[in-house]
Design a protein around this ligand. Sequence first.
Ligand SMILES: C[S@@+](CC[C@H](N)C(=O)[O-])C[C@H]1O[C@@H](n2cnc3c(N)ncnc32)[C@H](O)[C@@H]1O
Length: 205
Amino acid sequence: MEQNKKMAFSPSADRNKEPILNVLNEYIQENKRLLEIGSGTGQHAIYLAQHNKTLQWVTSDVKANHLVIKSYLKENKLGNIHGPETLKIGVDDFPKGSFDYIFTANTLHIMSWKEAKTLFKLLGKRLRAGSLCFFYGPFNYQGKFTSPSNDEFDQLLKSKDSKSGIRNYEDILKAMQSSGFKMIKDHEMPANNRLLVFERLTHKK
Ligand SMILES: C[S@@+](CC[C@H](N)C(=O)[O-])C[C@H]1O[C@@H](n2cnc3c(N)ncnc32)[C@H](O)[C@@H]1O
């Protein structure tokens, strides 16, 4: 399992964890519950939860990633990290219970757009007014890449899976608004990434 974990180490998650923490800390309040979708290795969960000790952080991912996440969590025993829960968007519902926050990093360009739309609908169904969603990753604006490296990254993604690809900010905004969310802020992040923050409204528009 040790070898498995080492192979799964994500250098990018290690690089971006601190800038992500700085933004999340503008929003996260005491004693709340967060669901992470597509935890990957669990590196974000460990770093972000250990800097927010009263936050209950629930990790989740497709079953195939659970071994790696469990291995990371075992090595970094933190009382406020839970899971991993099995959650494949398009197949599973969210875990039971209510969540104040949803965090997902680098997943919207991996899952298909159909799955992403299913996620946005689930968010509208499962979150209460005032809950926040954090989407981290690269996004396009009006169909345009924000850097040549994102263009190359998109080509790489599509060569691996034709349904993957960097998503348009405007499409996400429209789908989230239809699910009852308003945009709070689009944060610029290092390395041509963004962190989008949405809030669930009381009523759908
Ligand atoms: C590029 S990795 C990102 C991992 C981690 N969040 C990070 O930023 O390092 C993409 C993650 O999305 C997950 N994923 C892909 N499709 C998914 C789906 N339909 N439902 C849930 N997770 C999915 C993968 O299993 C993987 O963990």
